[in-house]
Structures are given as structure tokens and as C-alpha cells.
Ligand binder design. Structure first.
Ligand code: ADP
Ligand code: MG
Length: 230
């Protein structure tokens, strides 16, 4: 579970300080599928960066599974992120010269897994997102939706406690976007995967258990989805 308390984030560029997050309080229980919605510039990506430990807050607390992440050294932070958090970027962030399976293997090897286990886990993760027939293709040989599903398999291959996704459907047509959301739904339904997903498409946000709305760096509203919607 994630507990965010009084979180603020400012960016300083020369003499200019931009206040982006202005006191976020948020609790994400284990197993929840949470959507974050809000206009462009509202601070959604910034919030996801702080929660996934890709960046450090200006003030406030982020506790993940009882661990105060402010206590981490840089190395401990990186290891925690590598071992326990998965992140899916809007633009997939795949290595173009590597095949799908190689893209998924790289972080597993970085974690210290041996090659045989890393390969087996990568195959399993690709199969789980419906890419059993695409193991050896490079990103340029895959559609946008398939590339995003490779990126999701890379994020889930190490079985993260929390999967973060920043507008994973933003660059996709509606059929591919739907396929990506179905993968999220399946991970949540079958594995109880905790997911925090930023999107600005209400149709996709509604697939989650709960939606929070971000406006000018503050949470301006919240909506729980009834079980009937799922
Ligand atoms: N590294 C940065 N340096 C300075 N300003 C930034 C930086 N990253 C984001 N911002 C600013 O913070 C605000 C929120 O950005 P962001 O979190 O990307 O919003 P969203 O994802 O909701 O569109 C924007 O005004 C953006 O220009
Ligand atoms: Mg963003």
C-alpha cells in the first residue's frame, strides 16, 4: 500500500520556482486499481514520478508498505524501485535495437537474475500480455499497441508490488488503447495487481476501482466505481 502525506513538489529553473504539487494526501490500498485524471499541466506525471521514486519530493512523506521512502540512500531507492515497482511510460521507452524478449530481460539481469530464469520470466510476461507470437520482433516491427504491451511486460516481469502507468494509451488508436486497458484489467483481476494509472480518457479511467482528479497540483475530487462497472 502507498501512503502519501502533505506531498509538495516545486521545480526550480534559475530564479523561477514552479509549485507543481501543493499538498497531496492519498492512500492507495494494496490491490487497488486507481486512475488519476486531470488536465495537461495539472501535475499528474509529477505525482507519479514521486510515488514511483523516480524523483524526490520537495516536502511531505511517501510510505510504501510501511517503509518511509525518505530514509533511503540513493542506492537503496534505486534497488527498491528496480525490485518492487514497475513503470510504464507513455512513449514505451523500449530499446530499439533489442527484440521484445531482450527488452524485457534487461532489467531482470540488472536485478541479478540468472539468464535461464530471466528468459523464462520474460517469456511468461510477454505471453501474459498476448504477445506470445512476437518475442523476437524489434520495436520497429511492432504496432504502437504491441510496443506498449512489451513495455507493460517489462514492468510486470519482476512481479512488482505496484505498477505505475503514465498515460499508457495516449499515443494509441482506440483499438490498441482498449487492448492495453484490457491487459491492465486482467493483471488486476487475476493477480490482484496494485495499479496507479494516469489517463485523460474517462472511458479508461472508469475501468479502475477509483478515480482521483488532480487540478493545479491538488486533489479536487474523487469517484469510486461500483462493482457493477467492472
Ligand atoms: N522538470 C521540470 N522543470 C520545470 N517544470 C516542470 C518540470 N516538469 C514539469 N514541470 C511543470 O510542472 C507542471 C506539471 O507538469 P506535469 O506533471 O508533467 O503535468 P501533467 O502530467 O498533468 O500534464 C507543468 O506546468 C510543467 O510545465
Ligand atoms: Mg503527464
Amino acid at each position: 500500500m502507498i501512503e502519501v502525506t502533505d506531498l509538495t513538489k516545486n521545480y526550480t529553473t534559475g530564479p523561477v520556482v514552479t509549485k507543481v504539487l501543493q499538498g497531496i494526501n492519498l492512500f492507495v490500498p494494496s490491490g487497488e486499481f486507481l486512475s488519476i485524471m486531470g488536465k495537461s499541466g495539472a501535475g499528474k506525471s509529477t505525482l507519479l514520478y514521486q510515488m514511483s521514486l523516480l524523483d524526490l519530493p520537495s516536502s511531505g512523506r511517501i510510505i510504501i508498505d510501511g517503509v518511509n521512502t525518505a530514509d533511503f540512500s540513493d542506492k537503496a531507492r534505486m534497488n527498491f524501485r528496480l525490485n518492487r515497482l514497475g513503470y510504464v511510460f507513455q512513449d514505451y521507452a523500449l530499446l530499439p535495437e533489442l527484440s521484445a524478449v531482450e527488452n524485457v530481460i534487461v532489467p531482470l539481469l540488472m536485478q541479478g537474475l540468472n539468464k535461464v530464469d530471466a528468459y523464462a520470466r520474460s517469456i511468461e510476461a510477454l505471453d501474459a500480455v498476448g504477445l506470445a507470437h512476437r518475442h523476437d520482433n524489434r520495436p520497429s516491427q511492432l504496432s504502437g499497441g504491441e510496443q506498449q504491451r512489451v513495455s507493460i511486460s517489462r514492468a510486470i516481469a519482476q512481479k512488482p508490488d505496484i505498477l505505475f502507468a503514465d498515460e499508457p494509451t495516449a499515443n494509441l488508436d482506440s483499438t490498441s488503447g482498449q487492448a492495453v486497458i484490457e491487459v491492465m484489467n486482467k493483471l488486476h483481476a487475476e493477480r490482484g495487481q496494485t495499479i496507479v494509472m494516469v489517463t485523460h480518457e474517462l472511458e479508461y479511467a472508469r475501468e479502475a476501482d477509483r478515480i482521483i482528479y488532480l487540478e493545479d497540483g491538488q486533489i479536487s475530487g474523487e469517484e469510486k466505481q461500483s462493482a457493477a462497472n467492472h
